[in-house]
Design a protein around this ligand. Structure first.
Ligand code: COA
Length: 161
């Protein structure tokens, strides 16, 4: 991380929009949780790759809660950003919305925090990433909270050893 120029949080901003097809749904006609998890992972991987400017892998996913169902045919919007970067790892926040086509109104479907690790394309080993430069008050809050979550994650990982 030493010597690397901080990268504005806005560089990693990613928005992904999907339509829920029957193949994405359970027999009740609601989007399956597993499909949302896949889309969350993809949106976050794109955000982390934009920050790192290289390949990244998912190291962990924090708790994931589903607040509202989405019906087949619904529009789903995923917004992802890198909140905080440590040495080789990055925390991505992803917020998932369903969008009403008639009114454009958005409803919160799910949120998740994921940790990605940047890999050196030649060795496949973790490689340093630049720090995040949070510019807006919102980005600064997210960055500070992400740093605190990282400390909790590391403590939990150590507790499992
Ligand atoms: C993630 C992975 C690269 C870490 O490798 P490692 O040998 O443990 O590397 P290190 O111990 O040097 O840790 C590297 C970074 O990963 C972080 N990390 C490792 N495991 C983690 C976990 N479970 N949760 C959060 N962060 C983790 C470390 O804190 C460290 O961060 P830092 O450099 O910013 O301080 C390795 O475990 C791996 O390849 N896992 C499989 C990834 C995968 O296949 N994902 C699914 C498909 S994309």
């Amino acid at each position: 991380m030493d010597g690397m120029e901080p990268v504005p949080a806005s560089r990693s901003k990613t928005e992904m929009t999907e339509i829920v097809f029957p193949n994405d749904a359970n027999p009740l006609g609601n989007m399956m949780g597993g499909r949302v998890m896949q889309w969350i992972d993809i949106a976050a991987a794109i955000a982390a790759g934009r920050h790192a400017r290289g390949p990244v892998v998912t190291a962990s996913v924090d708790q994931l809660d589903f607040h509202n169902p989405v019906r087949v045919g619904g529009v789903v919007v995923l917004q992802a950003t890198v909140n905080y970067a440590h040495r080789t790892s990055m925390e991505c926040g992803v917020k998932v919305w369903s969008e009403d086509r008639a009114s454009g109104r958005r409803r919160h479907v799910a949120s998740a925090y994921l940790t990605f690790v940047a890999l050196d394309p030649n060795t496949g080993r973790p490689t340093p990433v630049p720090p995040v430069l949070p510019e807006t008050p919102e980005e600064k809050r997210r960055c500070k909270e992400a740093e605190e979550r990282r400390a909790e994650r590391i403590a939990a990982l150590k507790g499992r050893d």
